[in-house]
Design a protein around this ligand. Structure first.
Ligand code: SGN
Ligand code: CA
Length: 541
């Protein structure tokens, strides 16, 4: 009897101690992280940013319940390099992935590896665009390269498998599967959940093929920038190849199987990837719209228009086809965010989970007449950023400081209580966003390398402060541009040679030099990467 009660007492003690420990663990346990990155999602197309273009009620939940960053930027506005910066916390010229073309070295350190070592269960689902098996993840299910919108292949821990369905919905489903059944529930988790959408060529989900059909979108005020040949800017703006009315294609981009001249566009071949039902459904949605256009504008291509008004109408029609498809793909991204947030809430995980929503860079939605990105001009330099963490971030927080994707790794490590690696160049914005500190950098550094290449955006680097921007375009030109964002938010007027900006210009030159020194960049570094790029491309051909 006595022995039994002693055993009982010991057992009870153990149970109580465990209960207390669990409670203790909950209070101090490291936060879970859901890091959501879409591809080419412009801040203009998130309703929380207030541009009135579309509604993204699910993404907006993060802004309402957490923080929205109004001047978050990237260090290099292109896909794979941006992802490399996010993972490594180092500028492109140090992590080596300066363009989409040359390989990424997965053997270097990244924040997922560090969290994994610190006891996190980690997964990467969706688009990553960095070749090789992702390192730092207990589970990975990624698209090879750009991936496909319809019936995509995924590399499931390195093994290629095709799945029937729509990529955005599948990516969400795989992320939820891992949250529900795949992860180790004894450990804190890091889920990187990356959508391919709204990347070119903007193929919407079956259920959204006719969304916005009854709407008309007005293009931005500088949509017809090309008509003045980019007056007030330099050669780089003039010589890009990313105009909606000029470089976007009837087939691939505007989804015509036969162009206005009656030629086949090659889009029929793209549709072969769809199942018979998907294809029939697709044609049911697009054929009538395309037919209506061809009837209204039988001479839309090949014949020079005498009628300026008609030309303008066609250009605006193209903008509408582009923006509607782009926004349709975002609708599915937004739905997915809602499903993941619901899962966290319904399972008691919302309180202790940091949710980040961002994009690999911004995008032009007709500003300057463009689609695509790459330039240090505002719309592609900036990226959306929303962060929810109820334990530390007050609902409705707005941050206008110059944070960058370079800061993501240090910030997430900081939240997780893991010491930031010394080689990381970003800065944790944890105390900034919690309101504990207001201290922040006053300038950020930018680099872009992928030229000559698709869209022909020239190599450049630059510095941005809250008000000004200074850029240097080099290689086949040698031109400086400078903008006063307060007076000229659309960046239409290069003031580099305006004498009244002489003093500001010198200050910006100094800042640029300081930042290049601080981060370890130089003209020699640019030459090294230029040489490697040209050699790599020669060897590929
Ligand atoms: C593809 C796109 C380009 C885009 C690059 C880079 N063309 O080449 O428009 O700029 O990817 O995009 S497409 O015909 O394939 O759609 S990135 O997001 O991967 O950097
Ligand atoms: Ca991208």
């Amino acid at each position: 009897m006595k022995r039994n009660s002693i055993i009982f007492g010991v057992l009870l003690g153990t149970v109580l101690a465990t209960a207390c420990n669990t409670e203790e663990k909950n209070k101090t346990s490291p936060p879970n992280i859901v890091f959501i990155m879409s591809d080419d999602h412009a801040y203009q197309a998130i309703s929380a940013y207030g541009h009135g273009l579309n509604e993204t009620p699910q993404i907006d939940r993060l802004a309402k319940e957490g923080a929205i960053f109004t001047r978050a930027t990237v260090t290099n506005s292109i896909c794979a390099p941006s992802r490399a910066v996010v993972l490594t916390g180092k500028h492109s010229f140090l992590n080596g992935k300066v363009d989409n073309v040359q390989p990424f070295d997965w053997d270097q350190n990244n924040f997922a590896k560090m969290l994994q070592k610190a006891g996190y269960n980690t997964a990467m689902i969706g688009k990553i665009h960095l070749d090789g098996l992702p390192q730092g993840f207990d589970h990975s299910m990624v698209l090879p390269g750009q991936g496909h919108y319809y019936n995509p292949d995924f590399l499931v821990n390195g093994e290629r498998k095709q799945f029937e369905g729509y990529v955005t919905e599948l990516t969400t489903q795989f992320a939820l599967d891992w949250l529900k059944e795949g992860r180790d529930k004894e450990k804190p988790f890091l889920l990187i959940y990356n959508q391919k959408a709204p990347h070119r060529n903007w193929k919407p989900a079956p259920k959204y093929l006719t969304l916005y059909d009854d709407k008309n979108f007005d293009p931005p005020s500088n949509y017809f920038d090309d008509l003045t040949n980019y007056e007030g800017r330099g050669t780089a703006a003039k010589e890009q190849e990313m105009e909606i009315d000029g470089h976007a294609r009837w087939g691939h981009d505007f989804k015509f199987e036969v162009d206005p001249k009656g030629d086949s566009t090659g889009f029929t071949r793209e549709l072969e990837r769809l199942t018979v039902e998907q294809r029939a459904h697709w044609r049911e949605a697009y054929n009538p719209k395309n037919q209506a256009f061809l009837e209204a504008y039988p001479q839309a291509e090949g014949i020079a228009f005498e009628d300026k008004e008609k030309e303008r109408e066609i250009s605006i029609w193209k903008f509408n086809r582009y923006i509607k498809d782009y926004l349709r793909t975002i609708k599915s991204v937004d739905d997915g965010v809602g499903e993941v947030l619901d899962y966290l809430e319904e399972n008691g995980l919302a309180e202790n989970t940091i949710v980040v929503y961002t994009s690999d860079q911004g995008f032009y939605l007709g500003e300057h007449g463009w689609f695509d990105k790459r330039f240090m001009y505002e719309q592609s330099f900036r990226t959306p950023l929303l962060v929810r963490y109820p334990k530390e971030i007050k609902p409705g927080t707005e941050i206008d400081k110059l944070v960058q994707n370079l800061d993501f790794a240090p910030t997430l490590l900081d939240y997780a209580g893991v010491e930031v690696a010394p080689e990381m160049q970003g800065k944790s914005f944890r105390s900034l966003v919690s309101g504990q500190s207001d201290e922040w950098r006053d300038a950020v550094y930018y680099t872009y390398y992928e030229y000559p290449s698709v869209h022909m955006v020239k190599r450049h680097y630059g510095v941005a402060t809250e008000r000004y921007k200074l850029m240097h375009f080099y290689y086949d030109i040698d031109e400086w541009e400078m903008y006063d964002l307060q007076k000229d938010p659309n960046e239409m007027n290069n003031v580099y040679n305006d004498p009244s900006y002489g003093e500001v210009r010198e200050e910006l030159h100094q800042k640029l030099e300081d930042l290049r020194k601080e981060y370890g960049d130089s003209d020699e570094m640019n030459q090294k990467y230029l040489k490697a790029y040209l050699e790599y491309r020669n060897n590929q051909q």
